[in-house]
Write a protein of this length. Structure first.
Ligand code: HPA
Ligand code: ZN
Length: 325
């Protein structure tokens, strides 16, 4: 399938960690500028470290690289780079995750992260022809008390945030632990999403829905193991933001041929395609679409439905969605 055709399909990207968009050469440029020492000799060595066994082995590298982010401009710059690349691959709307705890734990104030990202988000329409918003994610392996603290520290920036999410090491950190934090987020008027069913069991997807009130499930591929859950997700049309390249690189699935995306689509799930951490997993959202077309044989009709689903899964209002379709 023609790559220009794939990139021309309008898309919304809903599962994208902005810290996962730092390309190796960009990481070293920022490290040099900020006097930060990275545990790799250079961009090539860092790129070579991008061979992962599972989610944790990826997260270890991902958190180490965040050390290069020191100033507001650094945050603005990574978001700008992402928007430029995403726009070239057909992204017209992006709801972006960021992990404030990965910055505050290094002594970088949450204001630096939020204001830096906001400078790019607020200009994305004018500069890149795409709308965007910010979703603050809690690192589930650091527990609910810390999540609560970070949420309260974000209250002065409430107008700059569209929602909250839950990410990082999944197994052993069930969503239900964060029930109180998500209830507080809802009270603050924030939308709610959660990573569940990536490495964790279907039970975590149930908990994300019932304990957290998650309006979208990030990944959710393991939902296929539970017929009752599958039936509910189809009936309620709960959006699942699926990330094929990520699933292959983190060994959630063996390869794109084995990826269940087509089965999910045929089961009637509201699935979309997203890039997760594109600098680490081999490509941006258009690259994921192209990979599915080339390797898993998805046809133009399937790609169009997946792209339309991304708008139906977004937090855009009905009228704005309709204008994209
Ligand atoms: N899963 C969980 N946490 C993450 C991911 C992911 O795919 N990417 C960045 N943080
Ligand atoms: Zn993710």
């Amino acid at each position: 399938m023609d790559r220009a055709f794939i990139d021309a399909i309008p898309k919304a990207e809903l599962h994208l960690h902005i810290e996962g968009t730092i390309e190796p050469d960009h990481a070293f440029r920022m490290a040099d500028r900020n006097g930060v020492e990275l545990p790799w000799a250079g961009a090539r060595e860092l790129a070579e470290a991008y061979a992962f066994d599972d989610l944790q082995s990826f997260l270890d590298v991902y958190y180490a690289v965040t050390a290069v982010l020191q100033t507001r401009d650094d945050f603005t710059e990574i978001a700008e780079s992402y928007f430029a690349r995403a726009a070239r691959q057909g992204v017209r709307h992006a709801e972006i995750f960021f992990d404030p705890q990965s910055h505050t734990s290094r002594g970088v104030d949450i204001a630096v992260a939020i204001e830096g990202l906001w400078a790019a988000v607020s200009a994305s329409s004018e500069r890149h022809g795409l709308t965007s918003s910010l979703i603050l994610c809690f690192l589930r392996d650091r527990g609910a008390a810390e999540a609560s603290t970070i949420l309260e520290s974000a209250v002065p920036f409430l107008d700059l945030l569209s929602g909250v999410g839950l990410d990082s090491a999944e197994v052993g950190h069930p969503p239900a632990e964060f029930e109180g934090v998500f209830a507080r987020a809802a009270e603050l008027g924030l939308r709610r999403v959660a990573h569940a069913g990536e490495e964790g069991p279907p039970e975590y997807v149930w908990q994300a829905l019932d304990a957290l009130g998650a309006e979208r499930i990030d990944h959710g591929v393991r939902s296929l193991e539970d017929p009752r859950l599958l039936e509910r997700l189809v009936r309620e049309q709960v959006p699942l933001t699926v990330c094929p390249f990520s699933n292959v690189r983190l060994k959630v699935v063996s390869d794109l041929v084995e990826h269940p995306i087509e089965r999910m689509l045929h089961a009637g799930l509201l699935v979309s395609i997203n890039s997760d951490d594109p600098a680490y997993f081999g490509g941006y959202v258009g690259d994921n679409f192209a990979g599915l077309a080339q390797e898993a044989g998805l046809d133009a009709g399937a790609l169009r439905v997946l792209a339309e689903n991304s708008f139906h899964s977004s937090f855009l209002d009905e009228d704005t969605r309709a204008r994209h379709l």
